[in-house]
Design a protein around this ligand. Structure first.
Ligand code: AGP
Length: 615
């Protein structure tokens, strides 16, 4: 997942580009570069492998000044992370540069064809094929937009590109081919911005538009011309007013974005609820969901599709919707759903859960649903993202930008959205009466405060983390609605501390995993006082009988589990419907502190990217 920042306007482009790339650091990268058209009309390029500070040093050594340019942070797909493989890539004449997000799946035959025509290549990347094709087509048509369109028509695979040319130095040509991640156009006063993600340009403008598949934009300081890849003009894209606070896209007093976003959760949950729940009647309003009472009553199945943490939120959603609305729910990984020829009809709601709104496997699942004319919806955080646009309706997480690769506030706000959705469906289908709705509404109203109380125990979680930081394997156990809590807790630990951890339904212990238990494999057990509490006690006893260490999540005043566990985390008592929001927070901080203790790169864990836009 690469980062792109472009600028055209009256100001110096270089600092805007570098600051924007800095805001995209969380996307993960292994090299970076920028290109600017200087006052003399030539394109200057600076690139380097490694962290952004290396590129900044190159720019410091040899400054580049101009008022139009583009920058890129690369996540290597073809060719090692070296300075010559870093973007921007330039054609042999030096009159064209390109940055790209995505993959040219047919780059080898194209490269061979170009070599046969006498072109030479300076990198191992697929991207360089694009700029050489543009250069060749420009020689034939002498028009930049046409040359870009012709070059893109030869590509297979998803690509988002930004093209700069000294032949036409007043414009950036931007295009999106398939699901290669967002292409954001920022509208300033007499200046324009291009980015692969909102935070990169949020400090300059909140007015943003989003390119869709097979669309192109010619971006000048005074505005944008939109067209399709056949060259036909299209309606200007709607300009969204992004409700995010630019401050949210910076760490502030926190050491990591992940830490900030964990502590953001009381505010994020408050924002998620805002305007959707009448606390007097308990009625839920989800206007953007675009799901009529008639359709809500006619549904005979809900299929939730998601990946990673969002998938675990979906597992909680199954409990909520099946219990509160009495509709059967299946939950599937986007990567599985898209290839299993699912049974779909117009009374099956396909619900995508995706923080970024750009996860290619989840988007493919939505496409599959639309092919079968099934109603679709998306629980999504990023306004204007692909999922938000292609789904029939949306429930925004309203969590603010989530920068840390490990998802935290997106998970808890997804759970709140799922609870609101379950209530809405239950109310529309006559399954949830006024009293029950009011009880739930009062539970939800207490969530931000209860989440704040959980966060107050952070020093305790830090002490526990230091006690458990040197183990190499963990088992996380939960039952019922907390089985997904166990899965998500395990994922947090493994993805930022690189410790192996498995989340398991506690009842499955005796069917295999118990063979793993010994003094070297701690077990984290979610044992809150709910309908399966007694069962959890026996599971904990089974672990203890095999010399396993147990860290148990309990409600205050618990004496049953407390006598058996080796360490405790207290979670405020709350109804089963909201307790998954509270129980996950200590597990987020437990994982965070272990990762920090182990010296891991918390915000940019190895091998991971914030949004997986390639298969
Ligand atoms: C979560 O901590 C991971 N970073 C990852 O599993 C993530 O949840 C997954 O890639 C889905 O992303 P999405 O919600 O943006 O679709």
């Amino acid at each position: 997942m690469c980062g792109i920042v472009g600028y055209v306007g009256p100001r110096a482009a270089t600092p805007i580009i570098l600051e924007g790339l800095k805001r995209l650091e969380y996307r993960g990268y292994d090299s970076a570069g920028l290109a600017v058209i200087e006052q003399n009309g030539a394109i200057a390029v600076r690139r380097d492998a490694g962290k952004l500070t290396n590129l900044m040093a190159r720019v410091q050594e040899a400054p580049v000044e101009g008022r139009i340019g583009v920058g890129h942070t690369r996540w290597a797909t073809h060719g090692p992370p070296t300075p010559y493989n870093a973007h921007p890539h330039r054609d042999r004449t030096g009159h064209f540069v390109v940055v790209q997000n995505g993959i040219v799946e047919n780059f080898l035959p194209l490269r061979n064809q170009l070599i046969a025509e006498g072109f030479t290549f300076g990198s191992d990347t697929d991207t360089e094929v694009i700029v050489q094709l543009i250069s060749r087509e420009f020689d034939r048509c002498r028009d930049l937009e046409t040359a870009v369109r012709r070059a893109l028509s030869l590509l297979q695979g998803p690509s988002a590109v930004v093209v700069l040319s000294s032949h036409e130095p007043d414009k950036l040509v931007v295009a999106r081919l398939g699901n290669a991640g967002a292409v954001v156009l920022g509208y300033g006063e007499g200046e324009m911005f291009v980015a692969s993600d909102i935070p990169a340009i949020l400090e300059h403008t909140r007015r943003m538009a989003f390119l869709e598949n097979r669309e192109m934009a010619v971006v000048r300081a005074d505005g944008v011309a939109y067209m399709d890849l056949d060259g036909q003009p299209i309606e200007p894209k709607p300009i969204h007013d992004i409700p995010w606070d630019p401050i949210a896209a910076v760490k502030g007093p926190y050491r990591h974005f992940m830490q900030k976003e964990i502590f953001d959760q009381p505010q994020a949950i408050t924002d998620t609820i805002r305007g959707r729940l009448d606390f007097v009647t308990g009625e839920v309003r989800l206007d953007e969901l675009n799901l009529s009472p008639q359709l809500a009553r006619s549904l005979h199945k809900v299929t939730i599709v998601a990946c990673g943490t969002s998938y675990y939120a979906g597992l909680v959603g199954k409990y909520l919707i099946e219990n509160l609305a009495r509709i059967p729910v299946e939950v599937d990984y986007g990567s599985e759903y898209r290839y299993r020829n699912p049974i779909l009809d117009d009374r099956t709601l396909v619900l995508a859960i995706t923080q970024s709104g750009e996860t290619v496997d989840t988007l493919a699942a939505l496409d599959e649903a639309r092919r079968h004319h099934a109603p679709t919806a998306a629980i999504v955080n990023v306004v204007g993202s692909q999922a938000a646009r292609v789904a029939d309706g949306v429930i925004y997480m309203q969590a603010g930008p989530e920068i840390g690769v490990a998802s935290t506030k997106a998970y808890t706000t997804s759970l709140v959205d799922l609870l609101l959705l379950a209530m809405y469906l239950g109310q529309q289908r006559g399954r949830l009466d006024g009293d029950a709705s009011l009880r739930l509404a009062s539970e939800i109203a207490m969530l931000p405060d209860l989440a704040g109380r959980v966060l107050e125990q952070d020093t305790h979680y830090q002490a526990l983390a230091q006690r458990f930081a040197n183990y190499h394997n963990f088992l996380y156990l939960g039952r019922g609605i907390h089985y997904p809590t166990a899965r998500e807790g395990a994922l947090k630990l493994k993805e930022i501390s690189y410790i192996h951890a498995e989340g398991y339904p506690a009842g499955e212990m005796k069917h295999g995993p118990i063979a793993l238990i010994d003094e070297n494999m701690p077990t984290v057990a979610v044992a809150l006082r709910d309908g399966v509490y007694e069962k959890m006690i026996s599971q904990i006893e089974q672990v203890k009988a095999r010399k396993g260490l147990v860290l148990a999540l309990v409600n205050p005043g618990d004496d049953g589990v407390a006598a058996k566990a080796d360490a405790l985390i207290e979670v405020p008592k709350a109804s089963v419907w909201v307790s998954p929001v509270l129980a996950v927070i200590p597990l987020q901080l437990f994982a965070y502190h272990i990762a920090v203790w182990r010296g891991c790169d918390v915000d940019q864990p190895r091998n991971l990217a914030k949004s997986v836009t390639v298969e």
